[in-house]
Each structure stands twice: as C-alpha cells, then as structure tokens.
Design a protein around this ligand. Sequence first.
Ligand code: FAD
Length: 370
Amino acid sequence: MYDYLIVGAGLFGSVFAYEAKKRGKKCLVIDKRNHIAGNIYTENIEGINVHQYGAHIFHTNNKKIWDYVNQFTEFNRYTNSPVANYKGKLYNLPFNMNTFHKLWGVVTPDEAKRKIEEQRKASGIRHPKNLEEQAISLVGTDIYEKLIKGYTEKQWGRSAKDLPAFIIKRLPVRFTFDNNYFNDRYQGIPINGYTEIIDKMLAGIDVELNCDFFQNRDRLEGLAKKIVFTGMIDQYYYYKFGPLEYRSLKFETKVLEDTSNYQGNAVVNYTDRETPFTRIIEHKHFEFGNQEKTIITKEYPAEWKTGDEPYYPINDEHNTQTYKKYKELAEQEKDVIFGGRLARYQYYDMHQVIGAALVAVEKEFNPSNS
Ligand code: FAD
C-alpha cells in the first residue's frame, strides 16, 4: 500500500513525490510515456542534450524557486535571445533597439518611438476587434506584418483577423539594445539536461513507466490512499462535460553530420506565413557546445484531436466555462489532488509548476499554514 499514487512523472508530480518522500511518505509514480520528466525531458544524443518537447529555458524572478531547483543541478549562464527570420532577413527579438535599427535604420530610442507612434496613428484603429488590429494598435504595421502576423497565424492555424484581440494583451517593446528575451533575474539551462533533475527528485521512489492510468484505473486506485493527478482533468471525469481543446505540435529532429553549426543560435523563429514550421532549435547552443555534429529540431504547430499530444490549452470562453465545471468537481474530491498544466488546463512555465507543486505540498502536509 502506498500513501500516494502520483499520475505523471513530469515536473509537478516529481516535486510532489520528492517532498512527500522527504516527509516519510511512500509514493508510486506512474507515467504513460516510456520516460520520466514529462515535457522537460532531454535526451543525450551525440553528446548533445536534445530538448525532446521543444526549447526549454528556465527563468524566474523568485529566489526561493531558483534555490529550490539548484539543489538538484547546476545551471549555465544561457540567456534566451531568439532571432526572427522573415523571408531571409534576420531581426533580433524581443522587439528592441536592435530590431528597430534593422527595420528602419533608426538610431535613437526617440526615433524608434516616433516611428511606432506614426504607424499606430496612421492605422486609425481605436477599438481593436481582432488580434490583427490589437497588435497594430500596440506596435504599428511593420513589426506586425514582419514579426507577428505569420508566426501567430501558424501557431493558431487561423487568420489573425479571426483571432480574438484578448490573446495579445500587451507586446513587450524595449527601447534599449537588449536581446534578452526574459526580464527575470535568474535564467539558465541545467548543465546535464533537465532529465537529471527529475531523476534526482525520483531517486528511491517506485516508478512505473508505460503505464496509462486509464488503462489500469481499478488496479491503481486500489494501491494508494491518495492520488496526485497531473493528467487531463476532462479525461479523469470521462469527458462528461465535453473535451477541453488544445493546440498540438509536431517535432522533426535531425542529426546533421556535415556541419557543426547550422544557424549560430539556439532558437530561430520563422515569422513568415509560408514556412510551415514556427522555429528551428539548434540544441548545442543552449550549452555552448563544440561537438563535431549538430542536432536541429523543426517545430510545426498542429491541429489537436483527442488522442494527440496536448500542448497549449485554448483558453477561450467555451473552454474556460467547460474547465470551470471540471474544477468544481475536482474541488469536492477529498483524496485526489489535481496539479500541473493538464489537470489545471493552464499554460505554466517550469518555475510556475514548481511554485504550484510546493503550494500543493504545503496544503497537504501543513494545512494550518496554507
Ligand atoms: P508534464 O510535463 O506534461 O507532465 C505530465 C505527465 O503526466 C506527462 O509525462 C504525461 O505523460 C503524464 N500523463 C498524462 N496523462 C497520463 C495518464 N493518463 N497516465 C499516466 N501518465 C499520464 N517552460 C519554461 O519555464 N520555459 C520554457 O522555455 C518552456 N518552453 C516550453 C516549450 C514548449 C513547446 C512547451 C509545450 C512547454 C514549454 N514550457 C516551458 C512549459 C513546461 O514544459 C511545463 O511547465 C512543464 O513541463 C509542466 O510540467 P507538468 O508536470 O505540469 O506537465
């Protein structure tokens, strides 16, 4: 008999398992995949840590979370500074003075501000009705056309005119020569890859891989006093209020034998509409690697249907209302804790998942403090 059955060996489930074990609890962690670590899984191929589920850069402003994750690994000094490729021309991201200089030849922040303001005014948009109008009203037409439109349309599989304005609340525009994508104080890539972090969290804990909760539900539910569930909340309730919708992704990874440096940067976004993928990741550059070969991954956004890998929740009105119904059921459960991106139907960065898992731990083991 276990104290906890933890469904999902991703970051949420693993932090919970580690903390429960520390408190003398016995856990069984299961995952339907053939590996631990969920979406932060990295695999060492040809000496390069390959991010198998897309580029993962750890960043946080929270010292407590930074210290927490550093007990399992050491991070390097990687700074995320992606480059945009629009029809063969390269622009720095996020939108900053380097981008504005390349777009318009402007030299000072005032010149850049004037240029954006001119374009915003010329558009005449006062009350944006869709994502296109919202973006133009925030940053003007040039940035929108070259750096936002195609990328966003590929990501959502729809015209920006048919997407709601609320998707873009604000767009970070920086009037300094600073290509650092994140504003956070702490940032980096774990030196031996992300899988090692989860490996250490799960040390000494029973783990069963290739084990789908729903295919073994009766057996598994009888094994533990409580369940920590990090799978899809709608599936947990047999989709009784209908399925929650997602966008999916397809990854195409290649080892390149003939070049040691394909694109000179870890992340290059392709912002035109015609190129079918949104970005190319060159994994070695996350770790300043100097191996003889290189490995790249093309990331293609994809429609999602039940059974596909769910990546990005679609938090529109319909799905928000559906999720609310599942959440009400979940809140009534005494012996099931729902956590992580799939059970909360929410996009979480890694630091947010760790934070949420530590809150769940506090609530479970120290209820009077939480
Ligand atoms: P997951 O990692 O998905 O873990 C859930 C686990 O549960 C999975 O292993 C799954 O197989 C298992 N499971 C589900 N259902 C069942 C079942 N029925 N039976 C058994 N097991 C089951 N965050 C950052 O901070 N920085 C980034 O740069 C970043 N980049 C990202 C890029 C992409 C493309 C994506 C998709 C996400 C990115 N993230 C990033 C977010 C990061 O991946 C998540 O925060 C984190 O992986 C979520 O952990 P989790 O435990 O909630 O979910």
